[in-house]
Ligand binder design. Structure first.
Ligand SMILES: C[S@@+](CC[C@H](N)C(=O)[O-])C[C@H]1O[C@@H](n2cnc3c(N)ncnc32)[C@H](O)[C@@H]1O
Length: 293
């Protein structure tokens, strides 16, 4: 994925570094911004979101300072990005089974792996943030809905090698490529389950004592997203974090995000525009944050 980085603004980390940061726009999001409403949502988010200044919750301040804005390179990042580059240059085609919101357009079609790698994977910036979040919370288990070619699965697995990562993918041929990605990176703590989230999520959740960390990155439909959220609720605790991708992708996803925020069990949310974080911390007065990322 080609990326254009525009740094605007200024931030100081632990009084040692002063450097420019703030908006990172890459081609993935520029394409999405061709959608006028999406662009307006982005603009609105940017203008109303905070940096860590002005955030009074110590938990959120620390998370922003030490995790969300920690852009230092991590040891596992280079090898995963090399694997992404290989996928983006892979001319082989596979037949795609799409069980998600794009199923009308994509089902049964042949697609080049490089096309999937360019269009469907989380950009480096978001994938690396997911890894930092996972490292910070040190979950014993991680669930990912939407393996695709296993780039985010690899980040999650490498960030927390002690975690058991279960990643669900509906397309058998895509899952096969994902297994190669994991094997190339010598990752052995990811279990890929092939099937529909609608069928597989409930038994996965049932088998857990507690749900630590979940990343939903597929089937961006309102009702499906809300069903996945509700399926998780019996196993959430004060330590759980649920992460929803593309919360501004469509009117339905925006509505789903609002419903999740308003759910009585949810005590804290952090809207980073690209993804939304949901917490169930008992010691927390209900609060919603919009943070620039
Ligand atoms: C955006 S991609 C995931 C990208 C991946 N997390 C990454 O960045 O490395 C979404 C994936 O979810 C899968 N998917 C969508 N809806 C699904 C469903 N209902 N059940 C199973 N898989 C589904 C698609 O086949 C696709 O590969």
């Amino acid at each position: 994925m080609k990326s254009t980085t525009i740094h605007i603004g200024h931030r100081i980390r632990q009084g040692q570094f002063a450097y420019f940061t703030l908006i990172q726009l890459n081609l993935y999001y520029l394409c999405l911004m061709a959608n006028y409403r999406f662009f307006l949502d982005y603009l609105k988010h940017y203008l109303t979101a905070k940096t860590r200044h002005g955030v009074h919750s110590p938990f959120v301040y620390k998370l922003i300072d030490e995790v969300i804005y920690d852009f230092r390179e991590k040891s596992y990042e280079k090898s995963i990005e090399q694997e992404r580059t290989k996928l983006k240059n892979n001319d082989h085609s596979i037949v795609v089974t799409d069980l998600g919101a794009g199923s009308m357009m994509n089902n049964g079609r042949k697609k080049m792996i490089k096309t999937i790698a360019k269009n469907a994977l989380k950009p480096k910036k978001v994938a690396q943030l997911l890894a930092r979040l996972a490292y910070n919370f040190q979950p014993a288990s991680i669930i990912e809905l939407g393996t695709c070619l296993a780039i985010t699965s690899s980040y999650l697995a490498k960030a927390v090698p002690t975690a058991h990562v279960v990643s669900v993918e509906g397309c058998p041929e895509t899952a096969k490529v994902a297994r190669t990605t994991l094997s190339n990176l010598a990752i052995d703590n990811v279990e890929i389950k092939v099937g529909n989230f609608d069928v597989l999520l409930a038994p996965i959740i049932d088998n857990l004592e507690k749900l630590d960390f979940l990343f939903v990155d597929g089937n961006h439909r309102k009702e499906a997203t809300l069903t996945y959220f509700k399926t998780c609720l019996p196993k959430v605790s004060s330590r759980s974090v649920l992460i929803f991708d593309d919360i501004y992708w469509s009117t339905g996803m925006k509505e789903a995000w609002q419903e999740i925020k308003n759910h009585p069990d949810v005590t804290l949310t952090i809207d980073l525009f690209y993804i939304g974080l949901v917490f169930f911390k008992q010691d927390q007065v209900k609060e919603h944050f919009k943070i620039r990322f």
